[in-house]
Design a protein around this ligand. Structure first.
Ligand SMILES: Nc1nc2c(ncn2[C@@H]2O[C@H](COP(=O)(O)OP(=O)(O)O)[C@@H](O)[C@H]2O)c(=O)[nH]1
Ligand SMILES: [Mg+2]
Length: 393
């Protein structure tokens, strides 16, 4: 082929089209296989009618058919006369006004306009009038705006701030995600140890954590808070995945020391096998993605978790490393609870970039209840820990 032809726009266009066609064919086939396999194996939405033949060797099918409670099937959760003592909790900056409005709008449209639960907005700076006006305008629920007390968002006296700054510099250089950020560390520590003690939250028993720029892609017609309360659940999640080891080099060592010192807090039938593949020697990095949480505030306020947080905090890892609230919450949930206390909200489609949980059951899509793409559901990807969740006993 002569040089002129290779350089011609027509030739380049042809090559590009071929590459795109080949790639999308490969990608579509791969995801369709996963999608179809799971469709064939799962029939959680209509377990009574038994349309498909479930494969009971498949752990996912077993999990959703046998172990999983489907809240949408409980008609008592649809009534709006009694509500749980609960709120949406939003830690956010003034600069994120439009992104949080987007999250709120979707959550209102998909769910809260039917229930009108209140919102508690928290910030380390005073909220602006504009922020208050433009967020409260989106909901009929009550809105509270709180400043975070200094002691919940600053260095404890045992932290050597020169060392903390040096560790940040090193982590930034090593390109650890948010490794150079001081405010991110305060945020993670606040979400780990303090949000549930904020004066505005003390009046509530359950919360749903909401972040800017997230998406909700299915209608939720029942009350998830009442569901948690009725079933005495502690924690609800949609997405789980693997943590970056470089953010938590000494976290597991510290957790193991805590377990040795406080064996009375650790029940034998806990969920250790979700967070460790060798009975607790090593952390397998699995964690619930805590930007979405529907949970019991009193779990965090009770002694075992308070002792746990204080123990971690004393070791300095929130500042000398970059411990996230997601692994900290998840490890505590797994150490102190049985699996039956934790709920996977399969029916809530949730997107926080770059990951999506989208229910794969045909019912969710055929009824028009959801608009997410089930082929993009993270649950069955290799970086999701949900498969592990479905398999463990
Ligand atoms: N008020 C306040 N909120 C923050 C700050 N840093 C993060 N947040 C909030 O904490 C949550 C997590 O932060 P985000 O930037 O989304 O982190 P990511 O989800 O881990 O990428 C979001 O709700 C943010 O709005 C901060 O310095 N001040
Ligand atoms: Mg976020």
């Amino acid at each position: 082929m002569n040089k002129f032809l290779i350089r011609s726009p027509l030739y380049r266009c042809l090559i590009l089209t071929l590459i795109i066609a080949f790639t999308s064919l490969f990608y579509t086939r791969k995801s369709t296989v996963i999608y179809k396999n799971n469709f064939n194996n799962l029939d959680v939405s209509t377990p009574d009618s038994d349309i498909s033949t479930p494969d009971f060797n498949d752990p996912t099918s077993n999990f959703l058919k046998k172990e999983w409670i489907n809240p949408a099937k409980d008609i008592s959760l649809y009534q709006k006369t009694s509500r749980a003592n609960a709120a949406l909790v939003v830690l956010v900056r003034n600069s994120e006004l439009h992104d949080i409005r987007s999250s709120m709008r979707q959550l209102e449209d998909r769910w809260n306009k039917k229930f009108n639960y209140p919102y508690v907005f928290l910030n380390d700076k005073e909220f602006t009038e504009e922020f208050k006006i433009k967020t409260s305008a989106l909901t009929k629920g009550k809105t509270y705006y709180g400043l975070i007390p200094k002691e919940m968002w600053s260095y404890p006296d045992w932290i050597n701030q020169t060392r903390a700054a040096e560790e940040r510099r090193k982590m930034h250089e090593a390109q650890v995600i948010y490794g150079g950020s001081e405010s991110y560390r305060h945020m993670c520590r606040f979400n780990s140890g303090f949000f549930f003690l904020h004066p505005l939250l003390l009046q509530f028993d359950y919360y749903w954590r909401l972040e800017p720029q997230v998406q909700f892609m299915c209608d939720i017609d029942y009350d998830p808070f009442l569901f948690m309360q009725k079933n005495k659940l502690i924690y609800g999640f949609t997405i789980s995945l693997y943590e970056f080891q470089s953010t938590i080099p000494t976290l597991w060592k510290t957790v193991k020391n805590f377990i040795k010192e406080y064996p009375q807090f650790i029940p034998k039938d806990n969920i250790m096998n979700f967070i460790s593949d060798d009975g607790g020697k090593e952390y397998n990095l699995c964690h619930f993605w805590s930007n979405f949480e529907i949970a019991d505030l009193n779990f965090w306020r009770n002694t075992p978790y308070r002792e746990f947080f204080n123990y971690l905090d004393k070791s300095g890892g929130f500042f000398y490393e970059r411990w996230g609230d997601a692994p900290v919450h998840s490890i505590a949930i797994a150490l102190f609870n049985q699996k039956s206390k934790v709920h996977f909200f399969n029916d809530i489609a949730y997107m926080h970039e770059p990951y999506l949980h989208c229910p794969i059951q045909p019912e969710s899509h055929e009824t028009g209840r959801c608009h997410c793409n089930p082929n993009k559901n993270i649950d069955f990807d290799f970086y999701s820990c949900n498969q592990k969740w479905f398999e463990i006993k």
